[in-house]
Design a protein around this ligand. Structure first.
Ligand code: SAH
Length: 455
């Protein structure tokens, strides 16, 4: 097979990452934006050893699992790679992605993978959105999302992943930038000011935060930005408007410092009976209605009792830690982002929880220190970012001999890798429960229970 070659393909599965897979002349070909059951003519654009990559040039038969009209820009915007798939099919595919990763990467056979937890609201669920800016051909400022793998802006009118308020605040911020002739940041020259608009909503309290990230310590007429944002009519209450000072030439989402322009530097949300403060820099699950169910699943797999000491590695603002603390004897949370640890401590205080201690630092340095000091948790929660936990962290967890490890993961591949590592050290994979935290995208969350084998 070679680049430029055309062939007819029947898509028979969808792989992790969201591409459909079929075969041409016996070779697996990965194709974006297709469904199981599509038959199409594809043109090959890349060939690797053992597989090839193609794009559809013509559909010959459309899959019954397709749906129409979810979004006009789904094919060019990087946001929703499953927008064309009906929701039942998305769920089926995601569960299969988890099964495949645990089998192929983890080497597990006969894994007990439960039903996927479907999202109660498979659209307008995102509570955080970040929009870069650019200018259109007429020189007018627009905000939106980048097309996949590029810095080409797909302008946003209304995104069905987020609340309608979001596009209105974006329009208000764009109007402010135009009116004040604020320049846009150029990542090649490192000049210009406005970089991104960051919006976070708290569904439980209807509070909102809007942050303009800019390559400057001082905005032009910041009161005009505040005025325009506050004038937007929504069911959310803006509690925090900030300038994020982002003067480094990195591609981080936010610079290190915020300046409050209106209100406070955090918003609050309610999950179950607990109330949480959330700073702009802190991680917070992006699908609030699914978050409670995700945590309930993790806690019910852990079966925390008042005899347990719990270690929550990668604890963010202390959400899992504080739910666990209500049932446990003692909880330790570890997290690398200082603002998140500040939130976690405050969240323990405000919820009247005094058996949770939060430690700032990386899991890979703090977990070995805790092991050395003789901390011996009976339950460890691991909820790392996409790259998974590293071996120093896993080795320290193993050295602490917890009876149960509950691993919450947003990346089945690294989950499978880490579960395999833990299995080799005597932890049996008892159960995996996928959860759809990210409808209309190929992303899937999984909660796994690993139990120490009695030797
Ligand atoms: N359990 C939390 C957070 C999960 S997201 C929740 O459900 O909200 C993963 C978290 O790990 C983020 O808060 C991130 O800041 C943190 N993190 C990333 N790398 C880390 C590391 N090396 N050590 C500790 N925490 C880390």
């Amino acid at each position: 097979m070679e680049k430029g070659q055309k062939g007819i393909i029947t898509i028979d599965s969808v792989a992790s990452g969201g591409d459909g897979v079929g075969r041409i002349d016996g070779m697996a070909v990965f194709v974006p934006h297709v469904c199981r059951g599509d038959v199409a003519e594809v043109t090959i654009y890349k060939v690797k050893s053992g597989c090839a990559y193609g794009t559809v040039t013509k559909f010959l038969k459309l899959s019954p699992y397709r749906r129409k009209d979810f979004c006009d820009v789904a094919d060019c915007c990087g946001g929703c790679d499953f927008a064309h798939m009906d929701y039942e099919e998305q769920l089926r595919v995601k569960r299969q992605i988890v099964v495949d990763a645990l089998m192929r990467i983890g080497g597990f056979v006969n894994v007990n993978v439960g039903d996927i937890l479907a999202a109660p609201r498979p659209e307008r669920y995102r509570n955080k959105m970040v929009f870069p800016f650019d200018r259109n051909e007429e020189g007018k400022i627009m905000g939106g999302f980048y097309a996949p793998g590029s810095h080409t802006l797909v302008p946003l009118t209304d995104c069905r992943q987020g609340d309608e308020a979001v596009s209105r605040w974006l329009a208000a911020a764009v109007a402010y930038l135009e009116e004040t002739h604020t320049t846009l940041y150029n990542e090649h020259t490192h000049r210009g000011a406005a970089r991104r608009l960051f919006i976070r909503l708290a569904e439980g309290t209807r509070e909102a935060m809007v942050v303009l990230s800019a390559n400057t310590k001082k905005l032009k007429q910041p009161e005009l930005l505040v005025e325009k944002l506050l004038a937007v009519d929504t069911t959310y209450q803006l509690k925090s408007i900030m300038l994020n000072i982002h003067t480094e030439a990195d591609n981080l989402l936010l610079g290190p410092k915020n300046k409050v322009l209106f209100g406070q530097d955090y918003i609050e949300d309610v999950l179950g009976e607990l109330r949480f403060s959330i700073a702009a820099h802190s991680f917070y699950q992006i699908n609030a209605s699914q978050t409670e169910r995700l945590y309930q699943t993790a806690l019910s797999l852990a079966e925390v009792s008042d005899k347990d000491t719990v270690l929550d590695l990668y604890c963010g603002i202390g959400t899992i830690s504080l739910f666990a603390a209500r049932q446990a004897a003692q909880v330790f949370g570890v997290e690398i982002v200082p603002q998140a640890i500040e939130n976690a401590k405050e969240n323990a205080r405000r919820n009247g929880i005094d058996n949770a201690e939060f430690i700032l630092g990386s899991a890979e340095t703090i977990a070995p220190q805790l092991a050395k000091c003789g901390v011996s948790p009976s339950i460890v929660f691991l909820d790392p970012p996409r790259k998974g936990a590293d071996e120093a962290t896993l080795d320290a967890v193993i050295a602490m001999h917890p009876e149960k490890i509950v691993y919450v993961s947003c990346n089945p591949a690294t989950l499978a890798r880490d579960a395999k590592y833990l299995y080799a050290q005597g932890y049996q994979l008892k159960e995996a429960i996928p959860a759809d935290m990210f409808p209309n995208t190929s992303h899937v969350e999984t909660v796994v229970l690993l139990q120490r084998q009695n030797t």
